[in-house]
Design a protein around this ligand. Structure first.
Ligand code: 2BA
Length: 109
């Protein structure tokens, strides 16, 4: 068994949820925050049999798209001004950032 942790953009989370349900995958959604942009994103926890791992990854890939997001400048209050960028910049945010972990045990009590 594998555990998939997939960080996706909020805009894709409903569509991905539906696709996972339609394909009989079980998932848990967590409201999360990106460390860099400090914007909301959604992390899916998906437990699946090894044999269905590739299908789950394909569904994630099909339903999550990459977008550019504007990052507003934050003034360096008393901090280091060397890295300060005084204008908004565009950052590419991936379709999905996915981790696959082996599951040692799975219980439902
Ligand atoms: P954020 O941390 O808010 O990052 C949003 C996007 O900002 C990233 O998109 C990347 O293009 C850029 N970025 C992040 N850190 C950067 C840095 N130190 N310098 C320059 N640009 C940087 P993605 O790579 O597609 O990541 C989307 C979201 O996935 C991340 O949101 C974070 O929540 C999660 N994520 C990505 N890599 C991760 C990792 N190694 N571990 C845990 N979470 C991760």
């Amino acid at each position: 068994m594998k555990l998939i942790l997939a960080v996706v953009q909020d805009q894709d989370s409903h569509r991905l949820s539906q696709a996972l349900i339609e394909n009989n995958f079980r998932a848990t959604k967590l409201a999360t925050t990106g460390g860099f942009l400090k914007a909301g994103n959604t992390t899916f926890i998906i437990g699946t049999d090894d044999i269905r791992l590739d299908r789950a990854l394909a569904i994630i890939k099909e339903n999550c798209q990459s977008r550019d997001q504007m990052v507003a400048p934050v003034s360096p209050m008393g901090g280091n001004a060397d890295s300060y960028v005084p204008y908004p910049v565009e950052v590419p945010v991936g379709g999905a950032t996915v981790f696959v972990l082996p599951v040692e045990q799975f219980h439902q009590f």
